[in-house]
Design a protein around this ligand. Structure first.
Ligand code: THU
Length: 135
């Protein structure tokens, strides 16, 4: 198993924990932190819809709680609950969160139902972005 396979396995396991009774769309994310460890998260929805949180946010929260504030890579898998994954690009808010902790060069790996992996840099997903160096 490659290190990327490990990252996707962790994202898949996280996706199984998704709490998504409203959208019925389950997402899992797994970060490779600057310490070499994996931090995962799932989406957690809420009856007050805007209070729901994305899988990427959960993974980042786990990483920061472990004392790590830098990420090198993240793998994201998502799709309808109990169905095969579809390509699940991070939402705009999550792109900004990844930019905070991963910088422009961090890699975002996505996988479609056929198992094809697409990799983007944060800079491609969020061009001309606002970041810590602007403050
Ligand atoms: N979702 C994520 O967890 N990450 C994303 O980047 C895209 C969307 C979640 C939010 C919501 O619980 C569900 O997917 C449908 O939008």
């Amino acid at each position: 198993m490659t290190s990327l396979d490990h990252l996707f396995s962790a994202a898949e396991a996280a996706r199984k924990k998704a709490y998504a009774p409203y959208s019925h769309f389950a997402v899992g994310a797994a970060i490779l932190g600057a310490d070499g460890k994996i931090y995962a998260g799932c989406n957690i929805e809420n009856a007050a819809y805007p209070e729901g949180t994305c899988a990427e946010a959960g993974a980042i929260a786990h990483m920061v709680m472990a004392g790590v504030t830098g990420l090198a890579e993240i793998a994201v898998v998502g799709g309808p609950v109990d169905k095969a994954e579809i390509l699940c690009p991070p939402c705009g808010g999550c792109r900004q969160k990844l930019r905070e902790f991963g910088g422009l060069a961090a890699k975002v790996h996505l996988r479609d139902a056929a198992g094809v992996i697409q990799t983007f840099r944060v800079e491609e997903l969020l061009p001309v972005s606002f970041g810590p160096e602007h403050l």
